[in-house]
Design a protein around this ligand. Structure first.
Ligand SMILES: NC(=O)c1ccc[n+]([C@@H]2O[C@H](COP(=O)([O-])OP(=O)(O)OC[C@H]3O[C@@H](n4cnc5c(N)ncnc54)[C@H](O)[C@@H]3O)[C@@H](O)[C@H]2O)c1
Length: 313
């Protein structure tokens, strides 16, 4: 099948694109390189540098390429930027994405796969882990904007029979995650420790998150090409891991000897979240396979290998 992947120069969707290519599909990547890197794009994929918020340009691309599947990962995904610049966040995550839905209907795309977020959509939760029936109460603009597209997908299926699968991701980690960003604590800690810098934990270390390694996320995307139609699915392990546990696991993998320093919790961050993946196990037979320890070891090794610890860009 021909699959158009947005955001394919970024961390997650570059791996997803590789997974699609390995499964025999042909991949066209659209990315404006705002946070993604050209070198992340698999050589077997066609690459078009383009901003998804440019509707006319995107229409030309879709009209030329005629993809059967749209896999949408491009996003403004910085929680703090979303709070500082809510209009920009909405322009990319809502208006840009809505344009893609319009084009998916017009050009008869078979299915729209959407990379949503569990952590930012549910907000503070009543129980851990949460399943998909739990209320969504985002506490940051990014959570609202990501969730809004889920609502539009439901609407576009209802009105125009656009087929879709929503994947609510947990904290995804692995090679190529930006260690200089604000999010992606495994990569950030790893880089700091490899440089001999003391990592900062925001809060007292007890905040918990659900961590899933990138290879498992790729398997979910591939499996859900043919399954999970019209569904919203948590792609989670259901296991909460604290910031301090992550610190300890990265410390072991990076052979670091120090302790963390602590700073106040940042706005927009929930205290606890883990995503119950029971539904996707039933629908697609998916569950994570890579242990946290192995995934962290591979992530630390990739940062060591890339010499990212020696450069600053
Ligand atoms: N990383 C996580 O743990 C996580 C968790 C939940 C959801 N997600 C979702 O997964 C997706 C990918 O996240 P990631 O961690 O790989 O981030 P990333 O920043 O590495 O990838 C996003 C990609 O989108 C591109 N992009 C941004 N705005 C664009 C625009 N207007 N037009 C075209 N391209 C644009 C960027 O250049 C980048 O390559 C996002 O939609 C994010 O909301 C990620």
């Amino acid at each position: 099948m021909k699959i158009l992947v947005t955001g394919g120069a970024g961390f997650i969707a570059s791996h997803v694109s590789e997974g699609f290519i390995r499964a025999g599909h042909s991949v066209v990547i659209v990315d404006d390189l705002s946070t993604g890197k050209r070198e992340n794009v698999p050589s077997a994929a066609k690459f078009l540098q383009h901003d998804i918020t440019d509707f006319a340009g995107m229409e030309q691309i879709i009209a030329d390429e005629r993809p059967e599947i749209m896999n949408h990962h491009a996003a403004q995904m910085d929680v703090r930027r979303s709070v500082r610049e809510p209009l920009f966040d909405a322009r990319v995550n809502i208006v840009g994405a809505l344009g893609l839905l319009e084009l998916a209907v017009k050009y008869k795309v078979r299915k729209f796969q959407y990379a949503s977020t569990g952590g930012a959509s549910y907000g503070e939760v009543d129980t851990v882990p949460v399943d998909e029936t739990h209320p969504t109460r985002p506490i940051c603009h990014y959570g609202v904007s990501k969730l809004t597209l889920e609502r539009y997908l439901f609407l576009y299926k209802h009105l125009y029979e656009l087929n879709y699968t929503v994947m609510r991701y947990p904290n995804v980690f692995g090679p190529r995650q930006n260690p200089y960003g604000e999010a992606g604590v495994v990569a950030i800690f790893a880089l700091q420790m490899l440089r001999g810098d003391q990592p900062t934990i925001f809060g007292d270390g007890s905040k918990t998150r659900d961590y899933v390694f990138i290879d498992d996320i790729v398997r979910a995307n591939v499996a859900l090409l043919e399954k999970g139609d019209g569904e919203i699915l948590n792609i989670g392990s259901g296991v909460p891991t604290s910031d301090y546990q992550i610190f300890e696991l990265v410390r072991e993998a990076a052979s670091y000897r120090g302790d963390p320093k602590y700073a106040p919790v940042r706005p927009g961050e929930v205290a606890h979240i883990a995503l119950d993946g029971g539904r996707v196990r039933i629908v697609a037979g998916w569950e994570p396979r890579t242990s946290l320890k192995d995934g962290i070891a591979r992530t630390v090794e990739s940062i060591r290998q890339s010499n990212a610890c020696l450069t600053n860009s």
